[in-house]
Write a protein that binds this ligand. Structure first.
Ligand code: IMP
Length: 438
């Protein structure tokens, strides 16, 4: 084998794109297993910046099989645009494969996402408005349109008509929207079908073949553990499961196909959209993290909320994903902050303290972090390439994270470039990266 899952261990935007891109170099295939174009990865390659939303991060490596799995929701217009743009920039995309069973984001999903948020007013979730929630809702309601439906005009039209029918009431304000016309919608989606046909496959069996041949397959998650619809800060979550367990469902493999689970976490915390964030900062340090860390969304451009590293939540993520390794990104952003705080417990509204991530929404909404203060480091660390190069305080910070979560830190990001990466001793234990550390 092995299969390696890479998941976000916080609220998304942890830098999974860069980590997956680095690990993809040593893998044979990269499979995305959930989410849609609500995700955004920025990958810096040879000074060039690539912003990907749907494409698996391995796409920039020639010769790797990149798969969009059945668990992903696909806006075919966005996918076609992304393929065109990559082709224009000289990236080989012909080998990209998309599951025939993946669900399609339709124009009415986008309208429903906008309308749903508008209706919620002050209670809104702050979705990316890409139609993700309504698409997964249709999947569960068995009204979804799948990628395979694009290849049969009669079926496509019938399914769109059936899916539109129950939405008439909620979509009444958009009744005259031309994008909602059954005939033009069918025509538009047939065109996507023609364009995507060479990429459409039974991707599960393609992945089995690779695993059976002993190749390395990466299962790439989008968003993060705390945005998981079951295990995150519901209802302020996305509509899929970004946790590692979902890699099986969203790619079509079994639990025994996954040997390693890498969790990606920033050295501090960020969140976009509404919802609980116990270690959030509303001060100069928070502003500094946002500015230095470039904390503005890849997908929506929104300024991210910022805060101290939340170790209660990270330990929870370690458990729920059964993490075997941590990749800590953006450690360089903490340079010059002294002391550095880490959230080690929560205090609730009635002064009760919580060592574990609380399951109850009301508790979580009022929880604020209690902190341990750790010494900061003044030096810039963008040039460090080994653990030994790091200032003592930076090393101690990583050791504290390891001790608290019980998960070894295998990789540390010290800047946006691919080379601004430290492979720690722990990376030698990975089947994928053992050779790098050696
Ligand atoms: P949705 O996924 O667009 O429905 O948005 C639901 C919640 O997840 C909102 O708070 C979004 O801001 C958040 N979200 C969705 N995708 C991402 C992501 O890739 N990074 C960070 N937050 C995300």
């Amino acid at each position: 084998m092995p299969g390696i899952a890479i998941v976000g261990a916080q609220w998304g935007d942890e830098g999974k794109g860069k980590i997956t891109d680095l690990l993809a170099e040593r893998a044979d295939a990269v499979v995305r297993f959930q989410g849609g174009n609500n995700a955004g990865h920025t990958i810096v390659r040879g000074g060039e910046e690539f912003k990907l939303h749907l494409m698996p991060s391995g796409i920039l490596h020639p010769g790797k099989t990149c798969v969009i799995g059945n668990g992903v929701v696909v806006d075919p217009r966005v996918l076609c645009d992304e393929l065109d743009e990559l082709r224009r920039r000289g990236v080989a995309v012909d080998e990209m494969r998309i599951s025939a069973n993946a669900h399609l984001i339709m124009p009415y999903h986008l309208l429903l996402d906008h309308a749903g948020e508008a209706r919620l007013g002050q209670l809104q979730i702050g979705t990316t408005r890409r139609g993700i929630g309504p698409c997964y809702a249709d999947k569960a309601a068995r009204l979804g349109i799948r990628v395979q439906d694009l290849l049969d005009e009669k079926i496509l039209k019938k399914k769109i008509a059936a899916a539109l029918e129950p939405k008439r009431l909620s979509l009444r304000p958009f009744a005259k929207d031309p994008s909602l016309d059954l005939y033009s919608m069918t025509e538009e989606y047939l065109t996507y079908g023609h364009r995507l046909e060479p990429h459409i496959r039974d991707t599960a069996s393609l992945i089995w073949e690779r695993l059976d041949r002993g190749e390395n397959v990466i299962f790439e998650g989008a968003q993060g553990t705390l945005l998981d619809i079951d295990h995150g800060t519901y209802p302020f979550v996305t509509s899929s499961n970004p946790v590692a367990g979902a890699a099986c469902v969203g790619a079509g493999v079994g639990p025994r196909d996954i040997q390693e689970v890498w969790g990606v976490a920033k050295a501090y915390a960020t969140r976009v959209g509404a919802g609980p964030f116990p270690t959030e900062l509303h001060d100069d340090v928070g502003d500094r993290l946002r500015t230095r860390g470039g904390e503005f969304g890849t997908t929506t451009g929104r300024a991210r909320r910022t805060g101290w590293l939340d170790l209660v939540a990270l330990r929870y993520a370690a458990r729920i994903n059964s993490l075997t390794a941590l990749a800590i990104t953006k450690l360089d952003v903490l340079a010059g902050i002294d002391p550095i705080c880490v959230g080690t417990r929560y205090r609730g509204s009635d002064d009760a303290t919580f060592a574990q991530f609380p399951y109850h929404q009301s508790v979580l909404h009022h929880a604020v972090g209690e902190y341990e203060q750790l010494p900061g480091f003044a030096e810039e660390i963008g040039e460090c390439r080994s653990e030994a190069d790091l200032p003592v305080a930076a090393r101690e910070y990583l050791e504290y994270i390891e001790a608290f979560t019980g998960v070894p830190v295998a990789l540390v990001g010290v800047g946006p470039g691919r080379d601004q990466t430290i492979w720690t001793q722990a990376s030698a234990d990975s089947a994928l990266t053992g050779a790098v550390a050696a």
